[in-house]
Design a protein around this ligand. Structure first.
Ligand code: TMP
Length: 211
């Protein structure tokens, strides 16, 4: 299969404001006449949304870290096979809220499973399919968590409710990934206002699309 579209992913700690920015980017690209698709992980399609419910359920405190990693990888596989790969083949721009970097930072680094180990189970799920561009929303984990606890419309899930130490580790994991993939991951300051973050990410995306 010849990949024709552009696969863009968005990463960051909890409460970094990715979702709002992605919605605005989607609108701009659509208004500009692009074939664009907005989606998220874990989820984006029926089976993966069900897996998401299992992973994030606050009652599932007994979930083993490897089970968690495998479930994220399973949701990823189905989402990729059912939604992302067909859309890329049609030439779409995919805006995806989280992808394999989340597994490397959360399960690989913060849960302590090892980034290389988690990458290897994900290789079974994704093959060679890596994003063309990843935008990392850089925010202090404490600032991000404070944002979500002030947001009444967002329910706190099992991962949100992890300790602050865990969220600091997630952040450190992302810093490792930025060093590991300097050509793919671009960082944006997510502590700025929503309008400023949107403009900055818009510029990053436009420069990727005219490459
Ligand atoms: P969301 O809140 O950004 O929708 O993501 C759901 C949660 O799942 C969030 O806490 C990050 C976490 N997550 C992982 O731990 N590993 C993964 O591979 C993905 C995609 C998300």
């Amino acid at each position: 299969m010849v990949q024709q579209g552009t696969f863009i992913t968005f990463e960051g700690p909890e409460g970094a404001g990715k979702t709002t920015v992605i919605m605005e980017l989607y609108k701009r690209l659509k208004d500009g006449g692009h074939n664009v698709m907005m989606t998220r992980e874990p989820g984006g399609i029926r089976i993966a949304e069900k897996i998401r419910e299992v992973i994030l359920d606050n009652r599932h405190q007994e979930m083993d870290a490897k089970t968690e990693a495998l479930l994220y990888a399973a949701a990823r596989r189905q989402h990729l096979a059912e939604k992302v790969i067909p859309a890329l083949a049609e030439g779409s721009i995919i805006l995806c809220d989280r992808f394999v970097d989340s597994s490397l930072a959360y399960q690989g680094y913060a849960r302590g499973l090892g980034m290389d180990e988690v990458l290897s189970i994900n290789e079974f799920a994704i093959g060679e399919m890596m994003p063309d561009l990843t935008v990392f929303f850089d925010i202090d984990p404490e600032v991000g968590l404070a944002r979500i606890s002030n947001n009444d419309t967002r329910e706190q899930n099992r991962l949100d409710n992890e300790s602050i130490q865990f969220h600091h580790k997630v952040y450190e994991g992302y810093q490792e990934l930025i060093l590991r993939y300097p050509n793919r991951i671009v960082t944006t300051d997510a502590s700025l206002s929503e309008a400023e973050v949107t403009e900055n990410v818009w510029k990053i995306i436009c420069s990727q699309l005219i490459k």
